[in-house]
Design a protein around this ligand. Structure first.
Ligand code: PMP
Length: 407
C-alpha cells in the first residue's frame, strides 16, 4: 500500500459519497468513464455564472473572458501531452470524433486504392469502423497486428505487415478491454521507417500514464475528456502542426474561416480550421480544470499508485478458482477483464451491483480482441486513483459470495 492519500482524494468526488443498494458506491467502471472532482464541477458552474459568451467573435468583456478561459484550457492540454504548440490541439467531441475527423479528412485526401492501413487486434470499435468505412470507399486494405496469448502486440508480426504501401498505423496506447500497454514508441518508429503516418489512441492512457508526444512522435493523438475526470462532449485531436495545415477541413462554417465569398473560402490554419461552429466551450474549460487536478496529484504518482493497486487486484483475482483473467501482459494499466465459471457475465455484474460495485459487462466495444480469446464478453473492473485496496477486497469478497450462492 502507498502513501498516496486516497481517502482524502475521494472527498473531492461528490458522487463517490453516493450509496447504491444501501452500500457505499465502489466505482470500478473507469474505463467507460471517470467521475468528476468538485474542482471540475465548480469550474463549469463558474464559467456559466461569470464568463459565458461565445468566443472569438465579439469585442466585449465576457467574450474576452470566455475566449481566455477556452484558450487557457488549450494550453493546459498542450502542456499535459507535451505538444510543441497550442496550434496542434484541436477541440472535438471525443476520441471517436477525433478519429473520424482524421479518417474523413486526412484519410480521404491522402489514401488511394492499393494503400494499406495497419490497426492492431486490440482496437476499440472507434479505431476500426472509421478505417473500414474509408477502406471500402477508397479500395484501401486494412491489415491487423496480431497479439499473443497475454494480449500484447507481437512486434515481429507487426514489422512483417509494414511495406511501402502502408500509409497509416493506428493503434491504442492502452487496451480498454484488457489493459495492455502497447510499446507505442517502437510501433511509431517502425511505421515512420516505411514513411507511414501514425495515430495513437490515448482514450485509455492519458488518465494513467505520462504521455509525451514530442518523445512518442505520433503524427496524430486522440483522447476524450470524460475518461480523464473531465466532462463528456469534449475531447482532443492532436496533430503535428504542418500535417494539420496540409489537411482540408472536414466541416465548414463559422470560426474556421479567414474570408468567405460566394466563389471561394480561405480557411484559418490549425486548430481553428477544424473547429467549425460554436464549440463545447464550457466543457473545454472543465477539461482544463480536470488536467489541473491530475497535475496536482501528479501523473507519475497516479501511475505508481495504480500499478500497486493493479498488482494487488491481479494477485487476489487469479487465486479465485473458476475465475479466468484475460489480458496478462506484464505491462498493463487499470483494466482487469475476467469471466467466472458457472455464471454469465451479466449475472456477475448484477450481483456486484447489489453490493454497490459498478463494473462493465459486455464486449466493451472491442469485439475482435475478445474473440481472439474465444469470448463474446467479460466482466471488466477498471481502476482509477480514487480506488483503494479496500475496494478490491470488497470486489473479491463479493465474487466469493456469488460463488457460494450467498449473494
Ligand atoms: N478508444 C478507446 C481505447 C476507448 O476506450 C474509447 C472509449 N471506450 C474510445 C476510443 C472512444 O471514446 P469516446 O466514446 O469517448 O469517443
Amino acid at each position: 500500500k502507498s502513501s498516496f492519500d486516497v481517502n482524502w482524494i475521494k472527498k473531492d468526488f461528490p458522487i463517490l459519497q453516493e450509496k447504491v443498494n444501501g452500500r457505499p458506491l465502489i466505482w470500478l467502471d473507469n474505463a467507460a468513464t471517470t467521475q468528476k472532482p468538485r474542482q471540475v464541477i465548480d469550474r463549469i458552474s463558474y464559467f456559466y455564472e461569470h464568463e459565458n459568451s461565445n468566443i472569438h467573435r465579439a469585442a466585449h468583456e465576457l467574450a474576452a473572458r470566455a475566449t481566455d478561459a477556452y484558450e487557457a484550457a488549450r494550453e493546459k492540454v498542450r502542456a499535459f501531452i507535451n505538444a510543441r504548440s497550442t496550434n496542434e490541439v484541436v477541440f472535438v467531441r471525443g476520441a471517436t470524433e477525433a478519429i473520424n475527423l482524421v479518417a474523413k479528412s486526412w484519410g480521404e485526401q491522402n489514401l488511394k486504392e492499393g494503400d494499406e492501413i495497419v490497426v492492431s487486434n486490440l482496437e476499440h470499435h472507434a479505431n476500426i469502423v472509421p478505417w473500414q468505412q474509408l477502406a471500402a470507399k477508397k479500395g484501401v486494405k486494412l491489415r491487423v497486428i496480431p497479439v499473443d496469448d497475454d494480449g500484447q502486440i507481437i512486434l515481429d508480426e507487426y514489422a512483417k505487415l509494414l511495406n511501402n504501401r502502408t500509409k497509416l498505423v493506428t493503434f491504442t496506447q492502452v487496451s480498454n478491454a484488457l489493459g495492455t500497454v502497447t510499446p507505442a514508441k517502437q510501433i511509431i518508429d517502425l511505421a515512420h521507417q516505411v514513411g507511414a503516418k501514425t495515430l495513437l489512441d490515448g482514450a485509455q492512457s492519458v488518465s494513467h500514464l505520462k504521455v509525451d508526444l514530442q518523445y512518442l512522435n505520433a503524427d496524430f493523438f486522440v483522447f476524450s475528456g470524460h475518461k480523464v475526470f473531465g466532462p463528456t462532449g469534449i475531447g482532443v485531436l492532436y496533430g503535428k502542426e504542418d500535417l494539420l495545415n496540409q489537411i482540408q477541413p472536414w466541416q465548414g462554417g463559422g470560426n474556421m474561416i479567414k474570408d468567405v465569398t460566394f466563389e471561394h473560402t480561405q480557411f484559418h490554419p490549425a486548430p481553428n480550421r477544424f473547429e467549425a461552429g460554436t464549440g463545447n466551450i464550457a466543457d473545454a474549460v472543465g477539461l482544463g480544470a480536470a488536467i489541473d487536478y491530475v497535475n496536482f496529484l501528479g501523473i507519475d504518482n497516479i501511475h505508481h499508485y495504480e500499478h500497486q493497486l493493479l498488482v494487488y487486484a491481479t494477485s487476489l483475482l487469479k487465486d479465485i478458482p473458476g475465475l479466468r483473467l484475460v489480458g496478462t501482459a506484464p505491462d498493463k494499466a487499470s483494466v482487469l477483464s475476467f469471466t467466472l465459471k458457472g455464471f454469465t457475465n451479466d449475472e456477475v455484474g448484477q450481483a456486484l451491483n447489489k453490493n454497490g460495485i459498478a463494473v462493465r459487462t459486455g464486449h466493451h466495444c472491442a469485439q475482435p480482441i475478445l474473440r481472439r480469446f474465444g469470448l463474446e464478453s467479460t466482466v471488466r473492473p477498471s481502476l482509477a486513483f480514487y480506488n483503494t485496496c479496500q475496494d478490491i477486497d470488497t470486489l473479491v469478497e463479493s465474487i466469493l459470495k456469488i460463488q457460494s450462492g450467498k449473494n
